[in-house]
Write a protein that binds this ligand. Structure first.
Ligand code: GAF
Length: 412
């Protein structure tokens, strides 16, 4: 059998050194410092964030590293080891929504959002290197935003990011604000209409814990999540199928939810989810709309998925970690059949993982490609990965890549 492709997380010192080396080679001298931020996998609660719902991500050990030096003018110079296009240069005075193309929009967008919020952020040089796979549904864009956000917070004294002590952020309220600014960067500068889960995971998650995020009010609870203690592991399958949130499908799903909320006269679908007796009635009312059949499926996913987050957390709280497997399976079926955001590669990945002994498996992130996660006995990681790779080969799909996820520290 062919060798499996693993995507290891860099050791923190190694990631630091890579960003420093790129900075020195590009700009001369040393940066003022190196900051970094993790990608994420979401355990459950998909397409709920922009509906005021619940989500349960963990931060990955895979991080994006930003070596940054403050300048005395309003110029931003950027370079990334992942972008062969060389050094980009943008003046902050010109950095308005729509004016900055490509990956630079995520970086400059954070500076723009901090300035919009009244922080005195000026120009800087930044060199980026990352082991968060790009476009794999593991929030490489949120990791990029958050690494730059904590760097600018420190260099321009915004006072929002605090510190990270023993894998936990010291100022969650400040980080909640910073996450909101990263969302503005992504929505308004990069033009991707995403919710806020990914930025919250990168900035507010805690090592060895899952982040129970209530998107109605931004409140969080840190739920202990130590799979190794239960003899389990979380296998990530990066399908390497192309996907993008800037494209229309994600925006269409979000628009359908907003239309359904409007028809029902509620602010967000969370209100429907919080009223179990009313939700059957709501689905009936939606069925009467022109696009009723689609709206019913979309809303049913959101309402059920919010309930599944609660069920998942209840099982974790009760120490019944294997019990979350069926909840993951149900989430995948709902995303595939009701929300229609899965794809062949994701379905092959979860089916093969389950057949090879996974206790539960589901797509994670926005969908239409990207990654799946599988809860597996710790001793079976290699075997399940091999079975998934074999299923991809048999289905004539491009070979997937694999990683093992543990709940890692937030940006810092
Ligand atoms: C993407 C988005 F960026 C998140 O905001 C979230 O909506 C997710 O898809 C789906 O749960 O990661």
């Amino acid at each position: 059998t062919a060798e499996l492709a693993w995507t290891p997380a860099w050791d923190r010192a190694d990631g630091d050194e890579r960003a420093r080396t790129l900075f020195a080679a590009t700009f001369g001298d040393a940066p003022d410092g190196v900051w970094s931020a993790p990608g994420r996998v979401n355990l459950i609660g998909e397409h709920t964030d922009y509906n005021g719902g619940l989500a349960l991500p963990i931060a990955l050990p895979h991080r994006t590293y930003a070596a940054v030096r403050r300048r005395g003018d309003d110029v931003v110079r950027l370079v990334s080891a992942q972008e062969p296009s060389g050094v980009r240069e943008v003046r902050l005075a010109d950095a308005v929504p729509g004016a900055v193309e490509g990956w630079a929009a995520y970086v400059v967008g954070v500076a723009w959002a901090l300035r919009e919020a009244g922080h005195d952020v000026g120009g800087f040089d930044v060199a980026i290197d990352s082991c968060v796979p790009f476009g794999a549904g593991l929030s490489s864009s949120a990791a990029l935003e958050a690494s730059v956000a904590v760097a600018l917070d420190a260099l321009f004294a915004a006072g929002l990011a605090g510190d990270v002590v023993d894998g936990a952020a010291t100022d969650d309220a400040g980080r909640s604000t910073l996450a909101g600014l990263c969302v503005r960067a992504e929505n308004e500068m990069a033009g991707a209409p995403t919710g806020g889960m990914d930025q919250a995971a990168s900035l507010r998650a805690r090592a060895d814990h899952a982040l129970l995020l209530d998107c109605r009010d931004g409140r969080v609870r840190h739920v202990p999540f130590d799979l190794a203690a239960h003899g389990l592991a979380l296998l990530v399958v990066d399908t390497r199928a192309p996907h993008s949130h800037v494209d229309g499908e994600y925006a269409q799903r979000r628009a359908a939810c907003e239309r359904a909320a409007g028809l029902l006269g509620v602010g967000t679908l969370r209100e429907v989810a919080d009223d179990p007796r009313g939700s059957a009635d709501a689905l009936e009312r939606l069925a009467a709309a022109d696009d009723g059949a689609v709206l019913v499926r979309r809303v049913r996913h959101v309402v059920d998925e919010i309930a599944r987050v609660s069920a998942f957390v209840e099982r974790l709280d009760a120490g019944d970690v294997t019990g979350v497997g069926p909840v993951m399976d149900a989430s995948h079926a709902s995303l595939r059949d009701d929300y229609e955001v899965s794809c062949r590669e994701l379905d092959v990945a979860v089916d093969a993982a389950r057949a090879a002994g996974a206790l539960g498996a589901r797509m994670t992130g926005g969908g239409f490609g990207g990654s799946a996660i599988a809860l597996v006995p710790a001793g079976a990681v290699e075997d399940v990965a091999s079975a998934v790779a074999a299923a991809f080969a048999a289905a004539d799909l491009r070979a997937p890549a694999f990683a093992v996820a543990v709940a890692a520290p937030p940006a810092g």
